[in-house]
Each structure stands twice: as structure tokens, then as C-alpha cells.
Design a binder for this molecule. Structure first.
Ligand SMILES: Nc1ncnc2c1ncn2[C@@H]1O[C@H](COP(=O)(O)OP(=O)(O)OP(=O)(O)O)[C@@H](O)[C@H]1O
Length: 353
């Protein structure tokens, strides 16, 4: 059974010829208990898609089903979902307990049941000592946990998260990511999580849905998306620093990019115009031969070093173990790449060959 089905989902803002289409026929099936992350750059339509699942935006075309029931015309309150927002949306005049209990109270859940559910959620989220405080007396991370607690007590079929970590500092964001993972392992509730942060997407997702310009570029596990990106967009978006992408021509066993002639370590999928991809972490330094990289800048990041340079005219980034003796600006180093690590894309359609 699919917990959430998106079938040819379309969104237009406005009507008639002036309408602005922002979602162009999205299809996806999310299994019961799955944690799926929608990731993509600002403006790609991920919040719009999530808000359509929540019922906060009208669906202009296609169908959305939750637990096999089409919900296009179902009110948000009747969709059996709970949403956690970026700004937490807590009531400032209510205590933590009251914030968590509010949604249950208006549903006329008996008081002892409310008490039991809030106590359980507070225990899971370690909010017990703060139940009497007001939101202003909490840290950002604690407020975020209250927002999650409010969603948990509802016992919904689906959790929807709209960039819930983006107001936290880097350290707290990493901690909260781990808490969300634990929560999912414990409760097993189907979750749809929106973020523009690819690290957040990679670490949280069982499957990720990579969006660009209102379309899905790829759906897959983090491993699939990292190891076999379906398009140059995905190749450049997932992974940090991004994959090196070089446009050129395959001529026999040589890749010609501008004035650089790079010997290929294995067979290319085709002759002629292509885009060659190689991740910064997948090139090694050799003694001679290989690809000559002219070093321009070297950055020390602690565990690793980033080397920025040029292969002919093409920019190239190399990631090295921080303990290795680094090359210096002005040096030419010799890159070795394993044939299995090369990615090939069609130069026109930008899809994987
Ligand atoms: N109410 C609206 N009226 C008209 N256009 C809108 C409206 N809301 C969003 N859009 C447009 O729809 C597109 C998708 O917006 P959306 O907020 O879904 O993107 P996003 O991927 O979530 O971006 P971000 O990460 O910046 O929040 C954008 O081009 C945006 O300008």
C-alpha cells in the first residue's frame, strides 16, 4: 500500500494565460513507514508540493492520495497528517504542555488521554522539565522539539516537515537530524521532509526525490543518487564540493576538452560530444602521465584539503586527504581516475549515458 501517491500533480498560480505553472506533472509513490526527502534548489517547487499534500494549496491538476484515499478535495484537518514548519508556529501565550495539547483539545480528546499522549511525547523528546515554560523561555532547538511533539501527539498517518531545521545553527541542526532519525526508527511514521540542503537530504532520507524547476530529476536511495546521478543537474547538486562536469568530445581513447587531451582509463560509452563527470574525491594523485592539473588554490579544511585548478581551460576540484603533502599553487599534478568512477552524460539532454 502506498502511504502517499502523487499522480501527474500539477500546480498553477493564477488563472488563464497569465497563470504561472510551477509543478509540471509530478509522479511518486511513497511507501508506508518510509522517510522520503524532497530536495532541490530554492524555487524548484518543493514547498508547494508539500503544501498540496497537506491541503494548504489547491491542486491544479492530477491526484494526491493518502492511504489510498484521494484527498484533492479533503480539508487539511481531515487528511490524517501533521505538519512541522520552519518557524515552529508555536502559540507564544501557551505553555509547552498547552501547545502540545491544543490540537487534541479542539478534537475533544478526553483530558486523561491528552495527558498520557503529551507525557509520552515529552519523554521521547526529553521535554519533561519544560512542560510549564512558555516558548520564549526555550532555546531554538527546544522550540523545534515542541513543534515535533505537537505533531507526534496527533498520531497521524503522515508527518510533513517543511525545512524544520533551517532556523537552527549548524551544531544543533546536526543534533536534531539525529533526533529525527531516532524518532522515525521508534515511531515508524511515514514522513515527507522538504529541504534545500543536500547534506540533510542524504543523511535523513531512505529515498530522496530530487527536484528542479517543478519536475522530478531523480527518485532513489541516497546511495543511488550519489553513485548514479540520472542527470547533470543531480550530479552537480548532490555531493559537496559538486562533481566536476567537463564538456568535450570522445575521440577513441582520448577525451578532448578545449585544448586538453586527456587519456581515458577505459572505454567511453560513445564517440563524439559528451559531458564527463568525476567527483573531487574520486581522482588520485599519480607520479606521471594521467591528466595534468594546473593548481591555482589549495584550501585546508582539517580532515581534507581541496585543490582548485584547471585541466586545460576546464575548472577542476580535487579533494585530498588532509594528511598528504599538498601541491602548491603553480604546480602541475597528474590525476589518475578509475574508469568505473567516470560518469558520462549526453551533451544535449544532460541525461546519464
Ligand atoms: N502564492 C504564490 N503565487 C505565485 N507564485 C508562487 C506562490 N507561491 C510560490 N510561488 C512560486 O512557485 C515556485 C515554487 O515555490 P516554492 O516555495 O514551492 O519553492 P521551494 O522549492 O520550496 O523554494 P524555497 O526553498 O525557496 O522555499 C516559485 O517560483 C515561487 O515564486
Amino acid at each position: 500500500m502506498s502511504a502517499i501517491s502523487l499522480r501527474n500533480v500539477v500546480k498553477r498560480y493564477g488563472r488563464g494565460p497569465a497563470a504561472n505553472q510551477v509543478i509540471h506533472g509530478v509522479n511518486a509513490e511513497i511507501d508506508s513507514g518510509e522517510f522520503v526527502v524532497i530536495v532541490g534548489p530554492s524555487g524548484c517547487g518543493k514547498s508547494t508540493l508539500l503544501r498540496m499534500v497537506a491541503g494548504l494549496e489547491e491542486i491544479s491538476g492530477g491526484e494526491i492520495a493518502i492511504a489510498d484515499r484521494v484527498v484533492n478535495d479533503v480539508e487539511p484537518a481531515d487528511r490524517d497528517i501533521a505538519m512541522v514548519f520552519q518557524n515552529y508556529a508555536l502559540y507564544p501565550h501557551m505553555s509547552v504542555f498547552e501547545n502540545m495539547a491544543y490540537g487534541l483539545k479542539i478534537r475533544k480528546i478526553p483530558a486523561d488521554e491528552i495527558q498520557a499522549r503529551v507525557d509520552k511525547a515529552a519523554k521521547i523528546l526529553e521535554l519533561g522539565p519544560y512542560l510549564k515554560r512558555k516558548p520564549r523561555e526555550l532555546s531554538g532547538g527546544q522550540r523545534q522539539r515542541v513543534a515535533m511533539g505537537r505533531a507526534i501527539v496527533r498520531q497521524p498517518a503522515v508527518f510533513l516537515f517543511d525545512e524544520p531545521l533551517s532556523n537552527l545553527d549548524a551544531k544543533l541542526r546536526a543534533q536534531t537530524r539525529i533526533e529525527i532519525q531516532k524518532l522515525h526508527q521508534e515511531l515508524g511514521i511515514t514522513s515527507l521532509f522538504v529541504t534545500h540542503d543536500q547534506v540533510e537530504a542524504m543523511t535523513l532520507a531512505q529515498r530522496m526525490l530530487v527536484m528542479n524547476g517543478g519536475r522530478i530529476e531523480q527518485i532513489g536511495t541516497p546511495e543511488e543518487v550519489y553513485q548514479r546521478p540520472a542527470t547533470t543537474f543531480v550530479a552537480g547538486f548532490i555531493g559537496s564540493p559538486p562533481m566536476n562536469l567537463i564538456t568535450g568530445r570522445v575521440e577513441g581513447s582520448t577525451f578532448v576538452a578545449g585544448n586538453a587531451r586527456l587519456p581515458l582509463p577505459g572505454a567511453a560509452p560513445r564517440e563524439g560530444e559528451v559531458i564527463l563527470g568525476l567527483r573531487p574525491e574520486h581522482a588520485a594523485l599519480g607520479d606521471t602521465g594521467g591528466w595534468p592539473l594546473r593548481v591555482e588554490v589549495v584550501e585546508m579544511l582539517g580532515a581534507e584539503r581541496l585543490v582548485y585548478g584547471k585541466l586545460g581551460d576546464a575548472a577542476f576540484t580535487l579533494r585530498l586527504d588532509g594528511t598528504l603533502t599538498p601541491p602548491k599553487p603553480g604546480d602541475t599534478v597528474h590525476l589518475q581516475a578509475d574508469s568505473a568512477r567516470l560518469h558520462w552524460f549526453d551533451a544535449t539532454s544532460k541525461t546519464r549515458l
